[in-house]
Design a protein around this ligand. Sequence first.
Ligand SMILES: [Zn+2]
Length: 508
Amino acid sequence: MIIINSPPKILLIIFFISLLLGSCSITKNPQELLVDTPLESQPLITVTPVLLPVNTPTNEQIPTSQPVNVETEFDLPDYKIKVSFNYGNQTANINETIRFFNTSTQPLNQLLLACDTLRYPGSFVLKKIIINNATEIDIEPEKFFLTIPLPEPLLPGEEINIEIDYLLKVPPIPPPADDRKPGIFGYSTLQTNFVDWYPFIPPLSENGEWVLHEPWFYGEYLVYDLANFHVEIELLNTPLGSTIAASTLPTILEENRFIYESFGARNFVWSMSPSFIVESLEMEGITITTHTFPFHQKAGSHVLQESAKAIDLYSRLFSPYPRENLTIVEADFLDGMEYDGLFFLSRGFYNLFDNTPQNYLTAIAVHETAHQWWYAAIANDQALEPWLDEALCTYSELLFYEEYYPELVNWWWEYRVNFYQPEGFINKSIYDYQGFIPYRNATYLQGAKFLQNLRDDLGDEVFFDFLSEYARSQNNKISNESNFFQILGNYTNQDVKKNYPQYFSLVQ
Ligand SMILES: [Zn+2]
């Protein structure tokens, strides 16, 4: 059963026109900030970014991962995906094998696979599905998912093997528009992005329902269980010097063949470009790599340095950094977007880079870095409780400025939050807000204000103890609001939701 939230259609019509669509960025169009933002409040700050030697974009110089020595969780869904990507016609032939274990307490009569690429007309072409290496089944894809009927119920503890052959015709990344979310899956002259590009099994709720929500025109709708990934990518007809940026570092890299292993991750994404400038640094066993377009090299180095500092800080404040790497990719679309082990940062932010940390390039880079905690390690239902990750990531920006650029704290509050005069309840689903702006103002900005109020009430020591316990206790889980307040209850006797009526609606 699919949990579908069906908001009134009228909302679609009323708010379609004025939407600023996005995920993690505060605005879809960073250029607009020049007009919209109180520039007079910006003190002049000069910093000298430390520039590392920059690698030229050749395959040999991409860092590779050591053979993975991670304890494999055998009951996690397991994805083996072989991709043959023809750059010349932007088409990928894909063979995907999913091994799924019924870890629920109920028999399953069918499986559901989220298939986001179905939302792009003509992109996903299903060729064949075979169950348990034997039975070929014939199904009709739905709007954004596949339903796999099972020949016999899959009992608790049993496993099933599903092999899917399909073709992905990568669509062009569309030009920015006010009536739709920026396209991420797609290609431009600068890059091809594979995000949410393979069918995957959504989480099962305690009631045995598939947690797959309706796509929406702002915010995120997918919820991810942990899974293991083995991805083999063959590139055909690529320009010389093409490189791949991916959720993990390749374990094997031979000419046009890239092999990746990722265990216990939310998803696996990759971006290919003939133009990436690759720069990386190592920090306590973590490899941080930026992939930047050639004309933004200096900004790319800045992003690398600041993200490394953010990882160091958040590892101390929340919990140890959950991955072996972080891959940062300049995006040829107007948005920032987090995935497991990788995030995209819009070229719009790079365009506005002014050699200081006092800009959206820096703030959003560390925001997206924080998502490696609040999204990847500690996941949540992005559709129903989007504030859980977005409020924490926005507030993490402030924590970064407090630590490294305390003189910019006031600027951050004014420029990032107060300027928008945010209002609205934090604890609503993406379907409840009347457009991207009210959604952002409530979940991101009111969310940050709530966390500051909470911190003021609890005091720093108690607040950070709570944050750390929350992060550590929810690591590798899909957290929810109840977990958040339950753990908070270990640190305060007050009924927090009731005590902050300006932030929390008690009516769901
Ligand atoms: Zn975000």
